[in-house]
Design a binder for this molecule. Structure first.
Ligand SMILES: [Fe+2]
Length: 181
């Protein structure tokens, strides 16, 4: 195995690719579950902490008959808040990008702009900023994600499904990247 990438052989890279694939299958879902659990620590002024909010969004998606990818999108749409509030949508979208349909990626990326309908007027921003995306093929899913699963999900007394119950969906989605790079 090379100690300087400039000297890598085909054999080195076959081994590295196999090891990356093995790691991806075993570790990614676990990292996502652990990250979701840490959302419990984020209380940013809402009635519900960010884990409760995420579980409620995921539960609403699940009870609406959403697919695995859609449930995971609802569950993980705010994961980026672990790292940065201002661009949390973009961070979460990029984390999910290799595993989900393209419309889900865009919906997560722009979910805050869609959510603005419910609060941007209080911040001096355009509440209907979502309208500039009206003709995009992902607009319909973004509306569903935000209006049906995200915006209603701030009720700390809602009977959410527990985090562990989402492990099967998270594992199925995060074990099967559509591309490794
Ligand atoms: Fe959210």
């Amino acid at each position: 195995m090379f100690t300087d990438m400039r000297n890598g052989t085909a054999g080195d890279w076959a081994h590295i690719a196999a090891e990356h694939g093995r790691h991806q299958k075993s570790a990614a879902a676990r990292q996502i579950m652990d990250s979701l659990a840490r959302l419990k620590e984020i209380e940013v002024g809402f009635a519900a902490d960010q884990l409760t909010h995420s579980l409620m969004a995921g539960t609403l998606a699940r009870r609406a008959g959403a697919s695995d990818e859609e449930v995971v999108a609802a569950l993980c749409h705010d994961l980026g808040k672990l790292f940065s509030i201002p661009n949390h949508g973009a961070i979460a979208a990029e984390m999910l990008k290799p595993y989900v349909r393209e419309d889900l990626y865009h919906a997560i990326y722009w979910h805050q702009e869609f959510q603005g309908r419910y609060y941007f007027e209080h911040l001096g921003k355009d509440p209907e900023g979502r309208e500039r995306f009206r003709d995009e093929p992902w607009y319909a899913f973004a509306e569903k994600l935000v209006d049906e699963w995200d915006a209603p999900a701030f009720d700390p007394s809602f009977d959410v499904d527990p985090l562990e119950s989402f492990e099967p969906e998270v594992t199925r989605v995060f074990s099967n990247p559509r591309a490794m790079v």
